[in-house]
Design a protein around this ligand. Structure first.
Ligand code: ATP
Length: 238
């Protein structure tokens, strides 16, 4: 439907027991956009992604994909709705090969699409070279590439990424973000959680800033990058 955002969160409230981790979050992602979700440790970024991907259920509010309610639907079901999740800490299948990991990403199809494999190997030539290598022996950067590649094998329309830069050297982070830019240009919509606000806002069209479970700022990425409050809090400027 025209005018309907691809993803829409409305009044999302999520609890861990008595702790209210999200206190009424509103957020939209349009088709083809790259949107960054920023905030300090514990602000609720991962909780937001996990609620979208069906790992957590909201107590109040709703999650809509293509205008349809998806909150309460389990993660493995949501893959069929065109949702891909690259979780925090990568979580590749350490004892399987690179190729086996990629094929696992296509589990919702009868068989992996060779065009998708070509796409992933085109984006990540390193994975093509190492297709027979056991994933647990890859470097951190290569494992992050594999986690992204695996998610792409499920043909996601919306790709959720939780801290893709975490624990990686600056040069590798640069490479990963270049590839994410390409993935986005190929038509995949991105919702990205990042501590690395600078890289995230250079990739994103728009951004949201979370603070203790609430959106405190949102707008075009350029505006956020230039905002003195953002520069002080997330870009290390004083
Ligand atoms: P980080 O970058 O540290 O992951 P975040 O912005 O992703 O931060 P969340 O992980 O979403 O933050 O956490 C939001 C709040 O919920 C925090 O106060 C956190 O302590 C709390 N929280 C997260 N997971 C749990 C849990 N399993 N049980 C209880 N409280 C939790």
């Amino acid at each position: 439907e025209q005018g309907t955002p691809l993803l829409e969160l409305r009044g999302l409230r999520v609890f861990y027991g008595a702790i209210e981790a999200l206190k009424g979050v509103d957020l939209t992602v349009g088709r083809g956009e790259a949107v960054a979700l920023l905030g300090a440790n514990g602000a609720g970024k991962s909780t937001t992604l996990k609620t979208v991907s069906g790992m957590l259920a909201p107590r109040h509010g709703e999650v809509r994909l293509h205008g349809e309610r998806i909150d309460g639907i389990a993660s493995h079901e949501l893959v069929k709705f065109g949702l891909g999740h690259v979780p925090e800490g990568r979580r590749v299948f350490a004892r399987m090969t690179v190729l086996e990991n990629l094929n696992m990403g296509a589990y919702r199809f009868r068989r992996p699409d060779p065009d998708d494999l070509d796409r992933v190997f085109g984006l990540f030539p390193r994975l093509a070279e190492r297709r027979k290598q056991i994933a647990g022996t890859l470097s951190g950067g290569e494992q992050q590439m594999l986690a992204i590649g695996r998610a792409l094998m499920g043909k996601p329309e919306l790709l959720l990424l939780d801290e893709p830069s975490m624990g990686l050297a600056p040069l590798i982070v640069e490479q990963i973000f270049d590839i994410l830019r390409e993935v986005n240009e190929q038509g995949t919509t991105l919702l990205l959680v990042e501590q690395n606000a600078s890289e995230a806002l250079q990739l994103a069209n728009r951004g949201y800033v979370l603070e203790t479970g609430e959106v405190v700022m949102s707008g075009p990425a350029d505006t956020l990058l230039a905002d003195p409050r953002i520069r002080a809090a997330y870009l290390g400027e004083h």
